[in-house]
Design a protein around this ligand. Structure first.
Ligand SMILES: Cc1cc2nc3c(=O)[nH]c(=O)nc-3n(C[C@H](O)[C@H](O)[C@H](O)COP(=O)(O)O)c2cc1C
Length: 418
């Protein structure tokens, strides 16, 4: 990746920025339908340059670090298919965050880093950026292998059925987890990852600190928004300092969405985005918990997260990637053109069709939604979230249509996980 020019937009035949970038994209990859050319413009993520606007967000594969060659092949094919950014799934940084019997990546030590080096090389072979989603599950940690005690911001009943006893974190625990996050980020940089994450979405430890529902602390890490956001911001700051200008720093944030996340207030999250902006090179935004975020097409039309994620680009100038079963090039291009998003994120569309960006570039037909809908959450633990509805071919219905029950705006209890 280091061979990529610092300034991605070179002067071409056109005199305007738009013409110049279109020229650059075309010069590099051949003719593109002008309606979709914006999707092939590079964009800087801090010190790194994403070669286009297609980004495979972190999603579990079932391969983790246990099957490093399969993991590498699985991610490499997406880079070959044109995704400019390709991420590995969530990767715990601490022994007290461990997913067994589900399969995640791990990033505890150099052995894990060496296993994922194959993936880094496989993605770089196609000139894409590769990201690692560093993570701590807090109360959601299963710890089936490590048997370590769970650690939590506060002693509150967990929302997941497998979470049993947990210990409230003292200040030494907080420093230790942050140190482990930093060590993991350094290891990631050293094996060549371009993007390192502070994973704050989907109700895990960072969100548990931010949410007053799970954080009842009376010390400097609880109470006000600034205090509840302290763990998040300090971790971002420490990771940024550790990787310097060698890696882009990303954070995945949840906005509440229709179903809500316990204690996560939409306006508070936007305020946090403002506070985090100086520390972040990429905001990766999604809504709520698993059932809404990875909602089936029957209830969640393409772009269903847009009305929530739109607000994020309004409060930061940093690049924003978002998801929502995006497969239509016209919609994607419109999203980027209007800066509803800077980058089109995809999990299921990238699983269903690793070659989607190349097909859009070549103007050929893209695969239908049917394959995408078959993808189950069983990449990790077997899950009931692949409902019968997603397997039967019913016409898609919007969540706003009459007859589709709306949940109350209050907290939801969920058994979702990756
Ligand atoms: C099989 C599968 C595994 C996932 N694993 C993760 C994960 O490890 N980390 C994460 O942040 N999100 C994970 N997600 C959520 C996705 O990143 C994404 O936010 C969600 O699926 C919505 O995007 P989509 O509509 O493009 O699928 C996963 C989703 C799927 C379908």
């Amino acid at each position: 990746m280091d061979s990529r020019p610092d300034t991605p937009v070179r002067a071409g035949p056109g005199s305007t920025r738009q013409e110049a970038t279109t020229w650059f994209a075309c010069a590099r990859i051949g003719p593109v339908d002008p309606r979709h050319a914006v999707l092939f413009e590079p964009i800087n993520l801090g010190p790194k340059t994403l070669p286009n606007r297609f980004y495979q967000v972190p999603h579990a594969s079932g391969f983790g670090v246990a099957q490093p060659q399969t993991q590498a092949a699985f991610r490499g094919i997406k880079a070959a298919g044109g995704w400019g950014g390709v991420c590995v799934e969530y990767a715990p940084v601490s022994v007290d965050s461990e997913e067994t019997p589900a399969v995640s990546a791990l990033f505890w030590d150099q052995g894990d880093a060496d296993a994922l080096r194959l993936t880094v090389d496989a993605v770089h072979r196609h000139d894409a950026l590769v990201g690692l989603e560093l993570f701590h599950g807090g109360t959601h940690s299963a710890n089936g292998q490590s048997r370590a005690a769970r650690i939590v911001p506060s002693q509150v009943a967990a929302s997941v059925e497998w979470a049993g006893l947990a210990r409230e974190m003292d200040l030494a625990d907080i420093s230790r987890v942050q140190r482990e996050w930093v060590d993991a980020a350094r290891r990631a940089r050293d094996v060549g990852f371009d993007i390192v994450y502070v994973y704050g979405a989907h109700g895990y430890l960072v969100t548990q600190f931010f949410s007053p529902h799970t954080n009842r602390r009376t010390d400097g890490y609880g109470g006000t928004l600034a205090n509840r956001g302290r763990f998040w911001l300090e971790t971002l700051e420490a990771v940024r300092e550790a990787v310097g200008s060698d890696c882009a720093v990303a954070t995945r944030i949840p906005v509440a969405g229709r179903q809500g996340l316990p204690g996560i207030d939409h306006d508070e999250m936007l305020e946090l985005v403002g506070l985090a902006s100086p520390l972040v090179d990429l905001f990766d935004v999604n809504v709520g918990e698993w059932p809404e975020d990875s909602g089936t097409s029957r209830y969640h039309p393409e772009g269903h997260e847009r009305r929530w994620t739109d607000d994020v680009t309004a409060v930061t100038t940093k690049p924003v990637v978002g998801v929502g079963r995006y497969t239509s090039p016209d919609l994607m291009a419109e999203m980027v053109r209007t800066r509803a998003l800077d980058i089109i994120g995809a999990a299921r569309p990238a699983i269903a069709d690793p070659y989607l960006p190349n097909k859009i570039r070549e103007g050929g037909p893209t695969r239908s939604a049917s394959a995408r809908d078959q993808i189950s959450a069983s990449c990790g633990r077997r899950s009931s979230t692949t409902s019968a509805a997603s397997r039967t071919r019913q016409p898609a219905r919007s969540i706003d249509e009459p007859g589709i029950p709306r949940s109350s705006s209050g907290p939801t209890t969920t058994s979702s996980r990756f």
